[in-house]
Ligand binder design. Structure first.
Ligand SMILES: Nc1ncnc2c1ncn2[C@@H]1O[C@H](COP(=O)(O)OP(=O)(O)O)[C@@H](O)[C@H]1O
Ligand SMILES: [Mg+2]
Length: 351
């Protein structure tokens, strides 16, 4: 539905050039909630503004529903933009217009008759739970209500995509959750594709089907959300990705763990399991069936969109053949096991 090919964008000022987007390619499927996370300044807002061409990329292509937006005439681009709603961190409502008029604005710009406007926006006012608020002005509303107005306004032109730039970043956690639930409902019921930019991992966990991590104008990782949190990865993650996984290696391991196998060292495994595997008696099986000693150093279970994702870091001790069999057993259960390194036996526990 949206494909971005090799986009570059720089900002040039007197003193320096900032490369905001450094050769970004991305593809978002119809009906998906796609999350983009990254630290401040990593280029997220520039990227989302390039998707609807609020910002013109220096090079590359933006393909939306099979047409290349960069080659459209102004009139056709305006039409394409009606297909893309956008909401912002600070809501961007008009202070001197009431809620009804704020929501009706994009349709009045199109010179739609008032009767038709009403037919379109009354269901949106209901959807966003603003029936009691239509006569109010933005200043009389809470942050969550203001964002709901912005959502209703963004939906007025019946877009197929909603672009959200830090839409919950100015809201408290409870209100954030209610806005995310509303976005999820819109995604499901109206089949609206959503691209959501955030610096908060909890937002991604709550509703995003896929995630891209941005750093210094590049996408450094792109993955299915559940796989991301299950550490299903073919390559080593960099420190930014690790920090989002909130799975730093326990401190006590840092000083003693090496990548070298030697006599009298034990492997450290990171075991990640999800869904039904959470209820498997993994540790018991390793101990009883493979005579592997298991020392749990860290364990947590997280719920991501209702799916349990568990992560355990363990030191294991046993004969090489048994360790290998244990490892094979786990992998047969669709459990991801990484060997993080090795520690001298008894280095991290009493003899
Ligand atoms: N209009 C602009 N003029 C100059 N530099 C800009 C402009 N917009 C963004 N930048 C720079 O581009 C980089 C990416 O910014 P931005 O896309 O806003 O990041 P994010 O949304 O991830 O915080 C930053 O270094 C920022 O300072
Ligand atoms: Mg930003």
């Amino acid at each position: 539905m949206i494909e971005i090919h090799n986009i570059k964008k720089s900002y040039v000022s007197r003193s320096k050039t900032v490369i905001a987007l450094d050769n970004i390619s991305l593809s978002v499927k119809e009906g998906e909630i796609f999350g983009i996370i990254g630290r401040s300044g990593s280029g997220k807002s520039t990227l989302i503004r390039c998707i609807n061409l609020l910002e013109k990329p220096d090079q590359g292509q933006v393909i939306f529903n099979h047409s290349n937006l960069m080659s459209l005439s102004d009139a056709h681009l305006r039409q394409a933009r009606q297909q893309m709603g956008m909401i912002f961190q600070h809501f961007n409502l008009l202070a001197n217009k009431n809620i009804y008029d704020n929501i009706a604005l994009p349709l009045r710009i199109k010179k739609m008759p008032e009767k038709e406007i009403e037919k379109i926006i009354m269901p949106l006012i209901q959807l966003t739970d603003l029936e009691q608020r239509v006569e109010n002005y933005p200043a009389q509303l809470s942050g969550g209500q203001k964002q709901r107005v912005a959502i209703a306004r963004a939906l007025a032109t019946k877009p197929s995509v909603l672009l959200c730039d830090e839409a919950t970043s100015a809201l408290d956690p409870e209100t954030t959750l209610s806005i995310l639930q509303l976005l999820q409902k819109i995604n499901r019921d109206m089949n609206l594709t959503i691209i959501l930019i955030t610096h908060e991992m909890d937002v991604i966990k709550q509703i995003c089907h896929r995630i891209a991590v941005m750093e210094h104008g590049k996408i450094i990782k792109e993955q299915d959300t559940i796989e991301f949190f299950s550490h299903v990865s073919s390559e080593a993650d960099n420190e930014v990705v690790e920090s989002y996984l909130q799975q730093e290696i326990p401190e006590l391991l840092g000083s003693v763990m090496t990548q070298q196998v030697a006599t009298d060292t034990d492997p450290i495994w990171r075991i990640c399991f999800q869904g039904d595997a959470v209820s498997l008696p993994l540790v018991t099986t390793l101990v009883n069936n493979f005579q592997i000693e298991v020392n749990i150093l860290q364990a947590q279970i997280d719920y991501i969109q209702g799916i349990a994702v568990g992560i355990m870091i363990v030191e294991v001790a046993g004969h090489d053949a048994q360790l290998k069999e244990g490892l094979d057993y786990l992998r047969q259960q669709q459990i991801t096991v990484e060997v993080l390194g090795y520690v001298p036996r008894n280095a991290i526990r009493p003899a």
